[in-house]
Design a protein around this ligand. Sequence first.
Ligand code: HEM
Ligand SMILES: CC(C)=CCC/C(C)=C/CC/C(C)=C/COP(=O)(O)OP(=O)(O)O
Length: 305
Amino acid sequence: MSKSALAITAKKIAIPHQRVSWRDYYELTKPRVVMLLLLTALVGMCLATTSWVDPQILVAGMLGIGLLSSSAAVINHVVDHKIDSLMARTFNRPVAKGKISVQSALGFALVLAIIGFAALAVFVNMLTAWLTLLGLVGYAFIYTMYLKRATPQNIVIGGLAGAIPPLLGWTAVTGEIHAYALLLVLIVFTWTPPHFWALAIHREKDYAKAKIPMLPNTHGIEFTKTCIILYTVLMCLICVLPYLTGMSGGLYLAGSTVLNGYFLYMALKLKFKPEPGTAMETFRFSIIHLMVLFVVLLVDHYIPY
Ligand code: HEM
Ligand SMILES: CC(C)=CCC/C(C)=C/CC/C(C)=C/COP(=O)(O)OP(=O)(O)O
């Protein structure tokens, strides 16, 4: 047997003996994604009321939304473990690597989902509990199991699940669906395609290898860049609506204009004057953009300009 074949065999045999730590389970929950989802939910909660959010709703709501989102992320790791093992970005994930078994991960997801749903049902309200569960089903099952493998519009449709947390925050506080909450959902919904497609351009070869029909692979990189510009313009227009409808004030308008201006600049640069790192830069900025945008919404709410 050649040296390299021996090394590969040794690596495979070694996998079941790898030590599993709580960090591996933590990684399965996509913690940084869930943190940003929770920020958008928090903003939904705060904007739903002119007074302070009831501490019980705040704690149980954040816990329930966080745990159900984490559970969805764990299920995504299980469903995708074969394709994850084929891609450079994801091959090291705990289930893909065989460090955590499918059964253990599913057990973990079930525990998170039960506690999360119970927290919302008992301490918040049933509307929020069901809507959050719908988010889990949308992401873990409809997007991951079906859309992701079926159509290059996967992340546009599936993006609804990731966009729902501001509505969940809102319904947690008021018990009802309000047009303002849907406006916040719409912002995240139109932000998602530029966020993801920028990364998909950078990782085009990964997705081709795993035979996942992401837009850059099915329709080409130039077309994807044009779509990024179109969705960024749409997001910029939608971002004016909170000001025009009176939900948010001048501070928000100023902050969102700066953030959106830079996002649009990045999208145009990616299309017309790209450098080797521009796609990843756009992806990284998208995360800062959404985070700061929602912080600005919050600041504007408490310090009306
Ligand atoms: C269908 C919708 C979405 C898709 C397909 C998507 C896709 C991705 C991918 C592939 C990554 C890279 C993860 C990695 O580096 O391993 C990522 C990172 C990230 N996404 Fe998204 N995303 C979506 C929606 C969202 C939403 C709604 C949020 C939050 C509101 C979000 C927040 C983040 C954050 C914070 C990261 C960085 C994670 C890290 O550094 O560990 N994403 N996204
Ligand atoms: C209750 C609720 C609101 C649930 C769902 C929210 C949730 C966890 C959304 C995350 C969106 C996301 C990171 C998609 C990437 O999946 P991917 O499989 O395309 O990316 P990957 O290759 O990095 O796994």
